[in-house]
Design a protein around this ligand. Structure first.
Ligand SMILES: Nc1ncnc2c1ncn2[C@@H]1O[C@H](COP(=O)(O)OP(=O)(O)OP(=O)(O)O)[C@@H](O)[C@H]1O
Ligand SMILES: [Mg+2]
Length: 271
């Protein structure tokens, strides 16, 4: 058995500001089994079975419309599956809302950047946090925590007391990433979470995400950018037309192999 990993920098940062450890129990296993979602005639996801492991970054890769976000939305409790199961620590989970999944230790950065524009950056980071975190933080503490979080994620200064609506999209993307970290989730889901960031601005986020996974958390990552996928992934599951095609381990991952699995026809035409 490996030693218990040390806490990540985000966990240490939150512990030093909050004066307490995480409020959710660690999740040791997460699986989806035979998971599917139909929208009328559209099959968004079909019979998807994947096991996610703590300490690893598991990427979901596929062309537009292949079902990646649908998988994450089901895991997040935003969308109810048409069939199949979500199994956490060996128990079937029947989430009725995103709050149910949050309580179980899951946080998601959605593909759409969801921000309350007329509220401060700090309020946006703590938006929807449960009572414990809110109570443990008075306003001044929340500002300090927000400042520390943004300093850990952003290469440029962000005024955490200012309105979120005045920030450029790249900064907002970092705000929603901070919002996920502030909950110290045992399962962190990132759906194209760095799409609006410049190449250089992604490094801090990637470092934080890698460090977070290494501390024993589950990270599920979606990205279109092949070089990001190769850099971060311990495992990649490829989807095509809502179906799981294959799961590759790190040693098996190459851009060519991934492209072949994503769209074999397109690749044949290209030759
Ligand atoms: N609310 C919805 N109503 C109807 N069809 C939907 C809905 N959400 C998703 N779909 C369809 O389900 C399929 C899978 O969509 P999904 O958003 O999961 O794909 P994706 O892999 O995340 O794509 P992208 O790379 O463009 O983000 C697509 O054909 C999409 O049009
Ligand atoms: Mg998507």
């Amino acid at each position: 058995m490996p030693d218990t990993p040390s806490p990540s920098r985000m966990e240490a940062l939150m512990a030093s500001h909050l004066g307490a450890a995480r409020t959710t129990l660690p999740v040791s296993t997460l699986q989806i089994r035979g998971l599917g979602k139909r929208y009328g005639q559209t099959v968004a996801l079909s019979d998807a079975t994947v096991a996610f492991q703590p300490g690893a970054i598991h990427t979901i890769l596929g062309e537009n419309g292949s079902g990646k976000s649908t998988m994450l939305k089901i895991l997040s409790g935003v969308v109810a599956p048409s069939e199949g199961r979500v199994v956490m620590n060996g128990q079937d989970i029947h989430a009725r809302s995103p709050f149910d999944m949050q309580r179980l230790g899951l946080a998601t950065v959605f593909q759409e950047v969801l921000i309350a524009p007329h509220r401060s950056v700090t309020d946006n980071i703590f938006l929807g946090c449960d009572g414990f975190i809110r109570r443990a933080h008075d306003r001044r503490k929340r500002l300090e925590t927000a400042r520390a979080l943004m300093a850990a994620l952003a290469r440029f200064p962000i005024d955490v007391a200012g309105n979120a609506g005045s920030l450029p999209l790249a900064a907002l993307q970092l705000v929603v990433i901070a919002r996920a970290f502030v909950r110290l989730p045992s399962i962190l889901l990132l759906d194209e979470a760095t799409a609006a960031l410049d190449y250089a601005d992604r490094d801090l986020v990637f470092d934080a995400v890698e460090d977070y996974a290494r501390a024993g958390n589950i990270v599920v990552f979606i990205s279109h950018r092949m070089e990001e996928v190769r850099r971060l992934s311990d495992r990649v599951t490829v989807l095509r037309s809502g179906r799981v095609i294959e799961t590759l381990e790190r040693a098996e991952i190459s851009s060519q192999r991934l492209l072949d699995l994503m769209a074999p026809e397109a690749h044949l035409h290209a030759q």
